[in-house]
Design a protein around this ligand. Structure first.
Ligand SMILES: [Fe+2]
Ligand SMILES: [Fe+2]
Length: 342
């Protein structure tokens, strides 16, 4: 089967990982000088290249999921997400204007190296499923989404950190319950997630070195917005793949709650706010949102469907996500107070 020219297997929707572009002119203006030591030590860590020999295909490892369409869809999406990271980092590192900022250029190069390996190993296992996913061709056929640099920093920081928690949570679970380990790709996750964690640290440093991105009402608003968008995107994606998570022995929603709880906490060390996930109202609204989204998805696949019912469900989804956004977050001071005294 060939997927050289399309990704029809996973259909282009809002939830499919996108390819991103940003304003390359703004990047050389990044001021790293207050954190030069930290950036250099991060570069040194990346150059140690702990995972140089990690992503090597093992043809003898047995897979019980080779012909499972849900697993193949999981591989395709993951491959797209990793490749999307590679494209963005690689494009930035090739930016000729970065000649004045060699440190930044080198860091983006090592990030692109890691993402290429991640996409590469997934693609190898896709080949094993007789899929030829031509990533090079996709760069010419798929549309790119433009993001302003400051939004790239917030969203990519969160994506990398959430990626870490997704991989490590699955790895730890399968390590404790090996009967669910049905494909060798999961054996790569322990070291793989360390790459994502380092990538997240890099974007954390970029944000720290630009204080205005982390302070003030606008920063509070944007960080709150991106936390919610990243979490809801993951939860709605996984809701569609509940059956796949069951094969891994996981309940998708419980798994997602674990992942967002950790990511929210990690982000609170940097962001001025974190979402109040422990509030019963937040959890109740989140559950309602997830169920309404599931209904919306079912309605969109129904043929014929009632337009009025579809629009009403869509409106309910929008209202519930707005309600989640408006629920009061926890400020950094309050969260520090809690950590110190509770
Ligand atoms: Fe990655
Ligand atoms: Fe990454």
């Amino acid at each position: 089967m060939s997927y050289t020219n399309n990704i029809s297997y996973i259909k282009e929707t809002l939830l499919v990982p996108r390819f991103y572009k940003t304003d390359l002119k703004a990047l050389p203006q990044l001021n790293l000088k207050d954190f030069t030591l930290e950036f250099n030590s991060l570069l040194k860590e990346h150059r140690n290249d702990y995972n140089k020999y990690h992503f090597i295909y093992n043809p003898t490892a047995t897979s019980l999921l080779k012909n499972n369409p849900m697993f193949i869809a999981f591989l395709l999406r993951s491959c797209l997400a990793e490749f999307s990271g590679f494209l963005l980092y690689s494009e930035i590192s090739k930016n000729t204007r970065l000649i004045t900022n060699k440190l930044l250029k080198k860091l983006f190069q090592v990030l692109a190296r890691d993402e290429a390996r991640h996409a590469g190993i997934i693609n190898t296992y896709l080949n094993e499923c007789n899929l030829n996913f031509n990533l090079g061709k996709l760069t010419k056929t798929r549309p790119y989404t433009y993001f302003l640099p400051r939004y790239v920093y917030y969203s990519v920081f969160l994506s990398e950190k959430i990626g870490y928690w997704r991989y490590i949570t699955i790895y730890r679970f399968l390590n404790s319950f090996p009967k669910y380990l049905k494909h060798p790709i999961f054996n790569y996750f322990a070291s793989w997630c360390q790459d994502e964690n380092r990538h997240g640290d890099f974007f954390s440093l970029i944000l720290k070195s630009h204080h205005h991105l982390l302070t003030g009402p606008l920063a509070r608003l944007w960080t709150r917005f991106f936390l919610l968008v990243v979490f809801l995107t993951m939860i709605t994606n996984d809701k569609e793949r509940e059956e796949f998570f069951k094969v891994l022995g996981l309940d998708a929603f419980i798994y997602d709650l674990e992942v967002i709880t950790h990511t929210n906490l990690v982000a609170s060390k940097l962001f001025p706010v974190r979402l109040n996930l422990s509030s019963p109202l937040f959890l109740k609204t989140l559950t309602q949102f997830v169920n309404t989204f599931k209904n919306l998805k079912a309605l969109s696949q129904k043929n014929p469907t009632s337009r009025v019912l579809f629009l009403r469900t869509l409106l309910k989804c929008i209202l519930l996500s707005s309600k989640l956004f408006l629920l009061e977050p926890i400020g950094r001071q309050k969260s520090l107070f809690k950590e110190l005294y509770i």
